[in-house]
Design a protein around this ligand. Structure first.
Ligand code: PLP
Length: 440
C-alpha cells in the first residue's frame, strides 16, 4: 500500500478541530487523542473485517479492534444479522429478557469459576461493582491492586502506590479525594516478597485482591505462574477474594479466559470473582461480573449489596454478545487465532533482528504486545523504560503505511479472526521498513 500523504489539512484534521471545540480533547476516551504519540487522530468512517477506513478514505489494518471486543473482525455477517433482528424487536425494555438468561448460561458454561453473574454496560461498572460486592461479602474495606493494571475509572481504583506498605495509595486523577483511595493498596506486579509482606500486615482486613492476570494496560505483561499461585494461596489463607479482571483477556486469550491458561499450570486454579467486558459484548456496551454463588447472592435484590443499571443486559447488546460467543466457540477458533498472532510477533521479531533493533514480544490467543526492549518486562516500571521517541517513530511509521496499532506504548494489541496471512505479511513488511529507520 502506498504511504499516506500528510494528514494535515485533511478531513481527519478538520474533524479533530471541530471535535475539540465541543468535546474535551476532541475525544470521548483519552487514549484516542494521540496525546502520547502526537499527530492527528484518525476519525473512523467505516470498518469491515480486519480494516477500517478513516475520514480521508485511507484504509488501515486494525490491530486495536475497538480495544479488544472485535475478535471476529468488524461486521461479521452472523453478528450483524443477530443485531439487525434484535433491533427490530426493540432497543431496551427495562424488564428481563430470555437473551440475558441465555448469555448468563453461556458464560457460566465457558468459565467454570463463575456460578452466577450480573450483566452491566461497561468494564468500569463491572470492576466497581465487583469491588463493592467483595467488600460487602467480606465485611472488609481494604483492596489490593497492582501498578500498571487498569480496572476502569472508579474513584477507588485511580490510585498510585504510597510511600510504603503501611501507607495506602495516592489519587492519580484530580477529583478523587485522598480519603476515597485510603483503603487501596498498590503493589508491584510480579513481586512475590512484597505481596507476602502486604498480606502479613493487611491480610485480615483485605476484602479482595484485583488483578489483570495478563496485564494489557502496560502493553502485555504476564503474571508469572509462581506469583499467581501465591496470590491464590494468600487470598485463601487470609479470607480475601481473588478477583480476576478479565475485561480484556476474557474470551480473548482463550475461550475460558486467562484463568483457564493459569489452570493449566496451577492444578485446580480458580479466582473467586471475574470481571468481564469487551468480547462478551462483541462491540456493543456490555460487561459482567460473576463468581461463586455464595458471593453473588449478596447482590440486591437477593442480598444487601446495591447495584443496578437502566441499560444492563440490553437486548441488542446481548444479541451481539451471544452471536459473538457462538462464533468463537467453534472448534479450532483459538488455535487459528493464536497461531496467527504468534506469526505476527515472530515476523516482527525477525525484521527487528535483521535491522539490529532491540525488540521482544509475547502473545496469548488473540492478544499480543511488543516492546522496543531486549527482554520482556515483568512490571510497570520496566515497561516504562521504553524510549518514547523510538516508539512514536514506530507508531507513526506504521500508521503512514496503513497499519493501526495502539497510539501509546503501554497498550496491548489485538488480532481478529478476519486478519489474513496477507495482512500479517503487509504488517511485517511495513515494520521492516520502520525498523530500518530505527536502526540508523
Ligand atoms: N479492566 C480492564 C482490564 C480494561 O482493559 C478496561 C478497559 O480497557 C476496563 C477494565 C474498563 O472497561 P471499560 O472501558 O469498558 O469501562
Amino acid at each position: 500500500m502506498a504511504p499516506n500523504t500528510s494528514p494535515d489539512k485533511s478531513r481527519n484534521a478538520a474533524l479533530f478541530e471541530r471535535a475539540r471545540k465541543l468535546i474535551p480533547g476532541g475525544v470521548n476516551s483519552p487514549v484516542r487523542a494521540f496525546k502520547a504519540v502526537g499527530g492527528t487522530p484518525r476519525f473512523v468512517q467505516r470498518a469491515q473485517g480486519a480494516y477500517f477506513w478513516d475520514a480521508d478514505g485511507q484504509r488501515y489494518i486494525d490491530y486495536i479492534g475497538s480495544w479488544g471486543p472485535m475478535i471476529l473482525g468488524h461486521g461479521h455477517p452472523a453478528v450483524v444479522e443477530a443485531v439487525q433482528k434484535a433491533v427490530l424487536e426493540g432497543f431496551s425494555y427495562g424488564a428481563p429478557t430470555e437473551r440475558e438468561v441465555e448469555l448468563a448460561e453461556e458464560i457460566v458454561k465457558l468459565v467454570p469459576s463463575i456460578e452466577m453473574l450480573r450483566l452491566v454496560s461497561s468494564g468500569t461498572e463491572a470492576g466497581m461493582s465487583a469491588i463493592r460486592l467483595a467488600r460487602g461479602a467480606t465485611g472488609r474495606s481494604k483492596i489490593i491492586k497492582f501498578e500498571g493494571c487498569y480496572h476502569g475509572h472508579a474513584d477507588a481504583l485511580l490510585v498510585k502506590a504510597g510511600s510504603g506498605l503501611a501507607t495506602f495509595g495516592n489519587p492519580t486523577s484530580a477529583g478523587v479525594p485522598p480519603e476515597v483511595v485510603q483503603h487501596t493498596l498498590v503493589l508491584e506486579y510480579n513481586h512475590i516478597a512484597q505481596l507476602e509482606e502486604a498480606f502479613a500486615i493487611h491480610g485480615s482486613s483485605t476484602a479482595c485482591l484485583i488483578i489483570e492476570p495478563i496485564a494489557g494496560n502496560m502493553n502485555f505483561v504476564r503474571a508469572s505462574v509462581p506469583f499467581m499461585k501465591r496470590c491464590r494461596e494468600l487470598c485463601t489463607q487470609h479470607g480475601a477474594l481473588l478477583v480476576f479482571d478479565e475485561v480484556m483477556t476474557g474470551f480473548r486469550v482463550a475461550l475460558g479466559g486467562a484463568q483457564s491458561v493459569y489452570a493449566k499450570s496451577i492444578p485446580g486454579f480458580q479466582p473467586d470473582m471475574t470481571v468481564m467486558g469487551k468480547v462478551i459484548g462483541g462491540g456493543m456496551p456490555l460487561a459482567a461480573f460473576g463468581g461463586t454463588r455464595a458471593v453473588m447472592e449478596q447482590l440486591a435484590p437477593q442480598g444487601p449489596v446495591y447495584q443496578a443499571g437502566t441499560l444492563s443486559g440490553n437486548p441488542v447488546a446481548t444479541a451481539c454478545g451471544l452471536a459473538t460467543l457462538k462464533e468463537i466457540g467453534k472448534p479450532g477458533f483459538y488455535e487459528d487465532l493464536g497461531h496467527k498472532t504468534q506469526r505476527l510477533i515472530s515476523g516482527l521479531q525477525a525484521e527487528a533482528d535483521k535491522a539490529g533493533v532491540d525488540f521482544c514480544g509475547d502473545s496469548e490467543g488473540g492478544m499480543f504486545g511488543f516492546f522496543l526492549l531486549k527482554e520482556l518486562p515483568q512490571n510497570y516500571a520496566k515497561v516504562m523504560t521504553t524510549d518514547n521517541a523510538r516508539f512514536n517513530t514506530l507508531f507513526h511509521g506504521l500508521l503512514d503505511r496503513g497499519i493501526y496499532i495502539a497510539p501509546a506504548l503501554y497498550e496491548a494489541g489485538f488480532m481478529s479472526a478476519a486478519h489474513t496471512d496477507a495482512d500479517i505479511a503487509e504488517t511485517v513488511a511495513a515494520a521492516g521498513d520502520v525498523f530500518k529507520l530505527l536502526s540508523k
